[in-house]
Design a protein around this ligand. Structure first.
Ligand SMILES: Cc1cc2nc3c(=O)[nH]c(=O)nc-3n(C[C@H](O)[C@H](O)[C@H](O)COP(=O)(O)OP(=O)(O)OC[C@H]3O[C@@H](n4cnc5c(N)ncnc54)[C@H](O)[C@@H]3O)c2cc1C
Length: 434
């Protein structure tokens, strides 16, 4: 008998948890990812706002899975799946499978306005984070030498579209960057005069949280100097700012934190998806009609116990990864398994360096205590001792000194600041939108 082959596409939260759980199993496991690292996305905003370095929140996949002798890693971008021939196709190669786990996550969605990607980058990858960091820091640098007051104001206006956890965290972090870390660095401008504007179409920020926590988050943002505009949707977006109906906010730095779209796994499989591109999965997370194919994490549409779709968060992806690994092991033994059941341990979001909101079962916390819990949880879930140690030290340093040590403008390849176009070029925009 040959060893059954499991191919896992994506080494994010879902794929990696499946791969780790299958590490010592009687399967031949292949993990395929387009990057050679696993990324801890919840702290990506800290890279974008110069609080942490990329290597602090990412770990090489080969190093994480190195101890699993039945597992190999392939660095490649998957573009199709031959379900009839049971093979994954990536960069001209075929990877045959007996069981397939698709965990390819989500990407930005611009609500039918792909052209906005050129002006408002989203935050999903390390490249996105270092690009946003460059845009933010360059805006201050350009403002320092800009003679035209209108353009200077435009450079010092920062608009964040979307009041979910990422938008709230970005807005709070940019406010602290301007008010503290950069405050004394410039001679012609006062970074504390920067306007940070958070625009949210819903009537409150952090809609997955209870209204009282949304209110607390809004208050905390306002105390940091962020202008929070609720119930207002962006209707136009270009290189010089955003329009909200008839109102115009001039800005050279607009950050998109408003919408996501699942990876194209549904198209690869040719199966039913919802409007956000998520594959509708059976209670055991398999694809209807394909009991050997599983879709997990942000790419899957699986209902929770209340019948509503499970949220696109890391714990859902991780629990689904472990579940499918256990299910495969049980199936090999001829045993049956119960349907997937998500255990919700709660939600956390931070606002700046010392405030957060926490919703865990009956527990509701705001302020400093919530921030301590948020910090502990994020350190605990980071992969690797080195990353944990470095992040703790960085946070301690930033907390005590109000500094942000990774204020590096990189990726300019020798271009002069004056030559640096503020909007990204068409090709880059297409890449980000696709
Ligand atoms: C900025 C940000 C902040 C977040 N904050 C939080 C938070 O605080 N708490 C929380 O619970 N969740 C948070 N999330 C959501 C959480 O990160 C996701 O729900 C989770 O990562 C989903 O896991 P996944 O395995 O489905 O996908 P991912 O973790 O996104 O992994 C997908 C993997 O698939 C790979 N891949 C994609 N396409 C291909 C392809 N064609 N070929 C090969 N490989 C491919 C990618 O490289 C990636 O490694 C945040 C997300 C973002 C973007």
């Amino acid at each position: 008998m040959t060893t059954p082959r499991v191919v896992i596409v994506g080494a994010g939260f879902g794929g990696l948890s499946a791969a780790k759980a299958l590490g010592r199993s009687a399967f031949d496991v292949t993990v395929i990812d387009q990057h050679n690292y696993h990324l801890f996305q919840p702290l990506l905003y800290q890279v974008a706002t110069a609080g942490l370095s990329p290597a602090d929140i990412a770990s090489p996949i080969r190093a994480i899975l190195g101890g699993s002798k039945n597992t190999r890693m392939v660095l490649a971008r998957v573009s199709a799946i031959d379900t009839a021939g049971r093979a994954v196709i990536a960069e001209g190669q075929r990877y045959p499978y007996d069981f397939l786990i698709l965990a390819t996550g989500a990407q930005h969605a611009y609500f039918g306005h792909g052209e906005w990607a050129a002006f408002a980058p989203g935050l999903k990858t390390i490249d996105d984070a270092t690009y946003i960091r460059r845009r933010i820091l360059l805006a201050f640098e350009k403002a320092e030498t800009e003679p035209d007051p209108a353009e200077r104001a435009r450079l010092l206006n920062f608009v964040i579209v979307g009041g979910g956890p990422t938008g709230v965290e970005m807005a709070g972090a940019i406010a602290e960057l301007a008010n503290r870390a950069l405050a004394a660095d410039f001679r012609s401008i006062d970074p504390r005069c920067a306007r940070i504007i958070l625009v949210e179409a819903a009537p409150r920020v952090l809609t997955p949280f209870e209204p009282s926590l949304s209110d607390a988050a809004k208050k905390s943002l306002e105390q940091l100097g962020v202008e929070v505009r609720l119930g207002e949707a962006v209707t136009a977006l270009d290189a010089e700012g955003v329009s909200i109906g008839a109102q115009r906010i001039e800005s050279r730095t607009v950050i998109w934190a408003a919408g996501v779209m699942a990876s194209p796994a549904g198209e690869w499989l040719g199966v039913e998806t919802d409007r956000a591109g998520r594959v509708k999965v059976a209670p055991d997370l398999s694809v209807p009609g394909h009991p050997e194919v599983f879709v997990i994490g942000d790419t899957a549409l699986a209902p929770g116990s209340d019948g509503k779709p499970l949220p696109g968060v890391a714990p859902v992806a991780k629990q689904q990864g472990y579940y499918v690994a256990r299910l495969l092991a049980a199936r090999q033994k001829g045993e049956s398994t119960a349907p997937f059941h998500y255990r919700d341990f709660g939600s956390l979001a931070t606002i700046g360096r010392s405030r957060a909101v926490v919703q865990m079962g009956a527990l509701r916390l705001t302020g400093f205590l919530a921030w301590v819990l948020w910090s502990v949880a994020h350190i605990y879930f980071l992969i690797g001792f080195r990353n944990r140690a470095v992040v703790v030290l960085n946070w301690l340093w930033n907390y005590l000194t109000f500094q942000r040590g990774t204020r590096l403008i990189t990726g300019m390849e020798g271009a002069r600041i004056a030559d640096m176009p503020m909007p990204i070029d068409e090709k880059e925009a297409m890449r980000r939108a696709s």
